[in-house]
Ligand binder design. Sequence first.
Ligand code: 3PG
Length: 207
Amino acid sequence: MNTLDLIAHGPVIPVIVLDRVEDAVPLARALVAGGVKVLEVTLRTPAALKCIEAMIAEVPEAIVGAGTVRSVDDARAVQALGCQFAVSPGYTSEIGRACLDIGLPLLPGVSTASEVMMANADGYRFLKLFPATAVGGVNLLKAFASPFHDVVFCPTGGITLETAPQFLSLPNVKVCGGSWLTPADAVKNGDWARITELARQTHTLRA
Ligand code: 3PG
């Protein structure tokens, strides 16, 4: 698996934050039912690792990755659980090289030209632009297109169903990420039908 393979599954990668392990499997099933099977579960809560474990065990159709991977230890831990990919909010060569060494596909976060260059130097050409909207959004991606003509981006941060088309129409954007598919209140209330519907809506978007 290569992170670029993720693009084939649809134009949006949901960024998932879970507080309760019991929500993990129904949430993953709701997204898969809506045709979204690449799932980024962020390491932002104490429950995250157990949620990942449950999804991998019980929702085999899902392609489960870990987000908010900030250290080599995080990368090793999520690989040991069976994550198929990792996403980091920023870039360090230490984490980039460690993921290459252990064979964990990494979608590394960048927000500046220098970070793009550092990630490129370690062999990464598919990068997450984070936090996309805050650092310049569509205009920044347009400005990156010429100097970084061989780099493609997954912008994430502040994107919605309404703004996603602006990002996905750019030649250097192949997919975007966002938490709008998994609203906190829907997860809290177990409103899985709403989440399936939000997942379905992403198929109207095209990269
Ligand atoms: C991320 O980690 O990629 C972001 O927190 C997702 O951003 P959003 O919540 O603004 O979609």
